[in-house]
Design a binder for this molecule. Structure first.
Ligand SMILES: Cc1ncc(COP(=O)(O)O)c(C=O)c1O
Length: 384
């Protein structure tokens, strides 16, 4: 029996193809969630399956005590995609990538004689380990029963407040450029650029948590590129492996020495070989201009959905294929998500009043059209 830590819908999927999933009774569903922004190339991608099979037949695990060729290759690839000059650490989940960022920031702060505080936004989400919960700004993630939380984390409501509260003990500031769990909230570009400039002047690290908004989700390899900033540390996960568990922490600062950090499984042969292939395919999608076209079409579809249901929807929020629709009445949120499931289209919620869309990045025209037809029906049922 499983622990009672998730509230699961009463459906189980047995097979997938692109943005389509089939449940155990043979019914098909259009997947506008791709896990939670994980399967960027869709389900059962033939090329991904091939890489997995090939690597499984060649070598799966040796430990990080020896060179792992696909890991080194992937590190160089990610650094190149970031414009060069980054060192990589690979782990297995977004929270672990952020744990690495916390240790980098603390060691950096220590080397400067600071108390090594890390500042985040109140509406942030950075993971479920005890330290990443402590770094998550939303109060609901700090219930007493999981205390005591590690100290060294401070939260503020806005970027202006963060800037006003930087002090001699600040080691780093961490932000999600598009907040994923606290409502789909893109941060203001001018404010982010101003923050980056001030942090640079004060020798404080800027960390962007791109676990959800990275890996082409917003149309560029990293959302930092859209914001024209060069963070000191960037964390990735979800879309990096199309479903195999891989995350990464990239830094421009050489901070760690051997023994400072590690992971038994992190950066193994299988996940790094898959991730390199996934990034190749996503690069192709971007460079061919297809990704931008899919984004434009998807945005149009959402705008139409909002127009046709202006009685319940307030506005579209988000960037690229990380989109949200804000509801006038938050009470309708669960109703729409569950009616969508009944009508066989998967969507997510974010915060307390936003529908969240994280479809595969290679979503076909047909899948998109069918998904929005089903969603419209579901919304009409939810309104009744
Ligand atoms: C921005 C952000 N950071 C960190 C995490 C934690 O990632 P994981 O669940 O892989 O540990 C998430 C997960 O939703 C996230 O959205």
């Amino acid at each position: 029996m499983l622990m009672n830590n998730y509230s699961r819908a009463d459906v189980g999927f047995v097979r997938g193809d692109g943005a389509i999933l089939w449940d155990d009774s043979g019914k098909d569903y259009i997947d506008f969630a791709s896990g939670i922004g994980v399967c960027a190339l869709g389900h059962s991608h033939k090329g991904v399956a091939k890489v997995i099979a090939k690597q499984a037949k060649t070598l799966l695990h040796t430990s990080n005590l020896y060179n792992i060729a696909p890991q080194t290759k992937l590190a160089d690839k990610i650094s190149n995609l970031l414009g060069g000059g980054y060192e990589l650490f690979f782990a297995n989940s977004g929270a672990e990538a952020n744990e690495c960022a916390i240790k980098l920031a603390r060691k950096f702060g220590f080397s400067k004689g600071r108390k090594s505080e890390i500042i985040s936004l109140k509406n942030s989400f950075h993971g479920r380990t005890i330290a990443t919960l402590a770094m998550t700004g939303q109060d609901k993630f700090h219930p007493d029963e999981f205390g005591a939380y590690p100290d060294g984390f401070k939260f503020y409501d806005s970027i202006d407040d963060i800037i006003a509260n930087l002090n001699e003990n600040t080691a780093a500031v961490i932000i999600e450029l598009v907040q994923g769990e606290g409502g789909i909230n893109p941060l203001d570009k001018d404010k982010v650029q101003n923050l980056a400039k001030i942090l640079n002047q004060k020798d404080i690290l800027l960390i962007t948590d791109e676990v959800q908004c990275g890996v082409y989700r917003t149309g560029e390899f990293v959302t930092s590129k859209l914001y024209d900033i060069t963070p000191d540390i960037i964390t990735f996960a979800k879309g990096l492996g199309n479903g195999v568990p891989i995350s990464a922490c990239a830094t421009r600062k050489s901070i760690f020495s051997p023994g400072d950090h590690g992971s038994t499984f992190g950066g193994g042969f299988l996940v790094t070989a898959v991730s390199e292939y996934v990034l190749d395919k996503l690069d192709e999608l971007k460079n061919s201009g297809k990704l931008d076209k899919i984004i434009a079409k998807f945005e149009k579809k959402i705008d139409k959905l909002i127009e046709e249901n202006s009685d319940i929807f307030l506005k579209r929020v988000g960037i690229g294929l990380m989109q949200g629709v804000v509801l006038k009445d938050p009470n309708l949120l669960s109703q729409i998500v569950s009616k969508a499931l009944e009508n066989r289209v998967l969507i997510l919620r974010s915060g307390d009043r936003t529908l969240r869309f994280l479809p595969p990045l290679n979503l076909s025209k047909k899948e998109m059209k069918e998904g929005f037809i089903r969603l419209n029906l579901a919304i009409n049922k939810a309104k009744k």
